[in-house]
Design a protein. Structure first.
Length: 353
């Protein structure tokens, strides 16, 4: 049974990773003046959601994607956690889509997926944080998405669809574009890989349209182990804490199992569990069925988690997107301000303060 995700962009491929959590001031490179439109609930939450508080910021910087104009391409941006000093890494006139950013371990580069060379075909690229020295890493004729950088800075992992038998698989490649390897040659969709801080393991989501779970494997693809037991729920978008002891993720596990024939709306919340899959804790509670919280990423000090906040506007037939931050203990939630009309999606916190 397929969940109907909150996807109000045009085009399935763009959503897949714009992903898999896949917007912007009109200037493309400066901060907007409005809110992102994805304000979360203002009341407390007995399950750990906390209260929405004034902006308190945090350390480091946050990379994200958004549209440069309504119906236009998605570009890469970087902003402080308090909404200040927003910078665009891509020229506004560029018509290519950029998605799935991930930071290098030293915070000087960002890897991403883009169709900059061919419309509809996405490859993995790397760019300096000042927007210079953009270079292509993967050259597959199929789509490559959602890169994640190894802690030693030498390797990228990402998802790619090379054949219909195994669907999405996790691949690794050296940053110089050599030694590409298929790590998960299994049926089903293996997506959104992320490295453990010590570089020995990779977490990822895997499943079918009947549910998705979070798995870990060794960095070479061996010892594939499932951490969650979804039984039809969605457990997805894993993110390791900086000390490697916890994994944040998005999930629908709080929702009742749908009745036969029902097409449920997947209302995602942010959760945290121990790195072995135990001690699952829910951090957020949305205000209603028109909200979803997705794509978590930890701050470099491990004290906060940024995530994408989606809000459906049925009367307008659109979705609004913003970025929110919450304490790792579920307190002090706030929305990052000044992201403009198109807000932000797929946030990734820099690994250095």
């Amino acid at each position: 049974m397929a969940y109907r995700w909150f996807t109000w962009t045009s085009g399935w491929l763009i959503w897949i990773l714009l992903l898999v959590g896949c917007g912007g001031s009109g200037s493309g490179g400066s901060s907007g003046s409005g809110s992102s439109g994805a304000t979360g609930p203002s009341d407390g939450n007995s399950q750990g959601g906390g209260s929405t508080n004034p902006v308190i910021g945090g350390v480091g910087r946050i990379a994200f994607i958004r549209e440069v104009q309504s119906g236009g391409p998605f570009h890469l941006f970087v902003v402080n956690p308090d909404g200040r000093n927003e910078v665009s890494l891509i020229d506004q006139a560029d018509l290519a889509n950029y998605t799935g950013p991930t930071w290098s371990p030293n915070g000087t580069q960002v890897a991403f997926a883009s169709n900059v060379l061919e419309k509809g075909n996405y490859d993995i690229w790397v760019i300096n944080i000042d927007g210079s020295n953009r270079r292509r890493v993967s050259t597959s004729p199929s789509g490559d998405f959602a890169p994640a950088w190894s802690p030693d800075g030498q390797t990228l992992v990402y998802q790619s669809w090379r054949n219909n038998d195994t669907a999405w698989d996790i691949y690794s490649i050296q940053v110089d574009g050599t030694e590409e390897k298929d790590l998960t040659n299994f049926p089903g969709n293996d997506q959104l890989p992320t490295w453990s801080p010590d570089g020995t393991k990779i977490a990822f989501q895997s499943g079918t349209n009947r549910g998705t779970d979070i798995y870990v494997m060794n960095a070479d693809g061996s010892n594939r182990t499932r951490l969650t037991e979804g039984t039809g729920a969605q457990f997805s978008a894993p993110a390791w804490s900086p000390d490697g002891t916890q994994i944040a993720f998005e999930s629908t596990r709080h929702q009742p199992v749908p009745l036969p024939g029902q097409e449920p709306i997947a209302v995602f919340e942010i959760y945290v569990m121990d790195a072995d899959g135990k001690n699952i804790r829910r951090l957020t509670t949305t205000a209603s069925l028109v909200e979803a919280f997705r794509n978590p990423s930890w701050s470099p000090d491990g004290k906060q988690i940024v995530f994408e906040a989606q809000r459906r506007e049925p009367q307008l037939g659109i979705g609004l997107y913003g970025l929110m931050v919450i304490g790792a203990d579920g307190t002090n939630r706030f929305e990052i301000p000044n992201l403009g009309l198109f807000g932000g999606r797929f946030p990734r916190w820099s690994p250095v303060p």
